[in-house]
Ligand binder design. Structure first.
Ligand code: 13P
Ligand code: SF4
Length: 337
């Protein structure tokens, strides 16, 4: 049996330009080493949409690979080394719940025009609902531009599924009041007022953005106390975090941005500077608790096994009934300046 590194090397030689390997920043360093492109979810979605390779291998999680399937040409094949690598936050927005939410919010505030914005960390079915409703996708690198764009199409944005990226984005756009729609909320006793998702019409009156109650367990692990402790331990350090962290954490940090932006901050730091990064461990290799177990599922052995025989169970596809509408939402995102 050939060693994994040999298998990968010979597959690359055999396939040449027919193969492209896309790897997310959170992958293990030994997997990142094989990436033709290494980036944040926006960059990788864009590369998937531009690639001319016959075979796209995506080392990331399920929603990223699904986005690649939606953006790829029909003659391109998309594979994942471990199709079980999901994203618990993406699973927090069920397609039926999202349709119901759009309808219920519209019933609460019938005079408002609601435009949904789906974080790319969402299923293809959710992206399709968003595309059909005139909304668009976003990543952490263009969430502000996406919400700003949505507010030119309507006057109330439903941002899903990340409560914290949505709230942080709304704060940056000057919105202090950001109501939270909880799809599992029990009906509220609110006199005669109809309620939905834990909200009544009055809660939405002055809001421009309403956020879905979802979160990333990796990024919500960071607390304001940790930021304060890091500052005390490393006076003069710069602390940068991913915008999936809680607003209280962002308020104490020096800046926030996508994984690509975080990498850029380290690259640009002056020699000897201390940069403390609040995000997933494979990018930081320091904060052991912030590991994303799903990103970690991709190993060099699994990549080698995939490249050896391209088993059918690793081939990814999206239900054709949602592809066109989901593509609308992704294309609107890719068209943002
Ligand atoms: P980026 O878009 O910053 O790469 O983030 C993706 C992600 O899943 C962060 O948890
Ligand atoms: Fe999903 Fe969080 Fe992992 Fe990113 S870090 S893939 S949001 S679980």
């Amino acid at each position: 049996m050939e060693a994994p590194l040999e298998i990968i090397r010979s597959a690359r030689e055999r396939l040449g330009k027919d193969l492209v390997i896309l790897t997310h920043h959170y992958q293990r360093p030994e997997v990142v080493a094989f990436g033709d492109f290494i980036g944040d979810s926006f960059m990788l979605a864009r590369e998937a949409s531009r690639s001319t390779a016959r075979i796209i291998v995506f080392c990331g999680v399920h929603f990223m690979t699904e986005a690649a399937c939606i953006l790829a040409r029909p003659d391109q094949q998309v594979y994942m080394p471990d199709p079980q690598a999901g994203c618990p936050m993406a699973d927090m927005a069920d397609a039926d719940d999202v349709s119901a939410a759009l309808q219920r919010i519209a019933e609460l505030v019938p005079h408002r025009r609601i435009v949904p914005v789906a974080y790319i960390n969402s299923s293809a079915a959710v992206k399709a609902i968003v595309g059909r409703a005139g909304g668009l996708c976003c990543t952490s690198s263009n969430a502000q531009a996406a919400v700003r764009h949505a507010l030119t199409q309507g006057d109330l944005v439903l941002f899903l599924p990340d409560e914290f990226l949505g709230t942080n984005t709304a704060h940056r756009l000057g919105q202090d009041t950001v109501p939270v729609y909880n799809p599992h909320a029990a009906p509220r006793a609110d006199g005669d007022q109809p309620t939905s998702g834990g909200l009544a019409a009055g809660d939405l009156e002055n809001a421009k953005v309403v956020v879905w109650k979802g979160y990333c367990h990796v990024h919500t692990w960071f607390s304001p106390e940790m930021v304060a402790a890091a500052r005390e331990k490393h006076p003069g350090c710069s602390i940068v975090v991913h915008p999936e962290c809680r607003p209280e954490v962002l308020a104490l940090a020096d800046g926030s941005g996508s994984t690509a932006w975080l990498v850029e901050q380290v690259r640009e730091a002056s020699p000897g500077a201390t940069v403390i990064i609040g995000t997933e461990v494979n990018l930081v290799l320091r904060l052991a608790h912030s590991l994303c177990p799903n990103m970690y599922r991709t190993t060099v052995s699994r990549l080698a096994r995939l490249l050896q025989s391209f088993p059918e169970q690793n081939r990814m596809s999206v239900d054709p009934s949602v592809t066109a509408d989901a593509r609308l939402a992704l294309d609107r995102m890719l068209a943002l300046a």
